[in-house]
Design a protein around this ligand. Structure first.
Ligand code: ZN
Length: 232
């Protein structure tokens, strides 16, 4: 009997192993075959649809990048997200973002958690609605991600140019470097020792969620502070 038992178990284990391998291969085939992601009703990510590409071209997506191969390479790494959020008036809204595919799942997770906590986000619209003007989008307190642009005041490309950075409630969480404050309308919120609503600091849920998914925070930078900014 000591010999028979292992002989009886082994085929079962072998079948389980084969089924596991088959399932793993099948799942890989599914994820390779589809770019669609969802975390439930109102939280989806997919390739950038044609009508959104048109909105982006010549705005957040420079035409010279699109010209190379009809935009296939330029858009291949990007994902279009739709997320629900609660605005500053307590109203439920649907927002849209374009980000790099590597952080699409992170952003769905974070924005869903913020929505469930009723964390207020003033506006989540594509920066193309502001003609890709960072200053205009920030002044409108708009949360956004992809924008092919240099770091403010420099020639080096920002992580936003890859869709790997997100700015949250930028009016109350401005970029501050010495006397430079962006957006300019964020001046009343540059002094972070003050208490006010929608301030991102280390006790803030938004900060904690982004950090839990491996993002760094612009508010921790040394030479400049970018309190709205999270990047990977
Ligand atoms: Zn930013």
């Amino acid at each position: 009997m000591w010999c028979a038992r292992p002989l009886h178990v082994k085929p079962v284990r072998l079948i389980c192993l084969l089924l596991g391998l088959l399932l793993a291969c099948h799942c890989q085939t599914i994820s390779a075959a589809t770019d669609f992601l969802t975390l439930g009703d109102g939280f989806t990510a997919d390739t950038v649809p044609p009508q959104v590409r048109v909105r982006m071209m010549g705005r957040s997506m420079p035409l010279q990048l699109v010209a190379a191969d009809s935009g296939r390479a330029a858009f291949a790494s990007l994902r279009y997200l739709r997320v629900r959020h609660i605005d500053f008036e307590g109203q439920e809204q649907t927002g849209e973002l374009v980000c790099h595919r590597d952080i699409a799942e992170d952003l769905l997770f974070i924005f869903k958690a913020l929505y469930e906590a009723r964390y207020p986000i003033a506006s989540i619209r594509l920066i193309d609605d502001f003609e890709a003007s960072d200053e205009a989008s920030m002044s409108a307190n708009n949360t956004s991600c992809f924008n092919y642009r240099p770091i403010a005041g420099r020639t080096v490309l920002s992580r936003h140019a890859l869709g790997m950075a997100v700015d949250i409630n930028p009016l109350q969480n401005p970029y501050v470097r010495g006397e430079v404050i962006r957006p300019a309308a964020g001046q009343p919120y540059a002094d972070r020792t003050q208490l006010f609503a929608h301030k991102i600091d280390r006790d803030d849920l938004c900060y904690k969620l982004f950090r839990s998914r491996g993002f760094s925070w612009g508010g921790a930078w040394r030479s400049a502070k970018d309190y709205q900014h999270f990047e990977k």
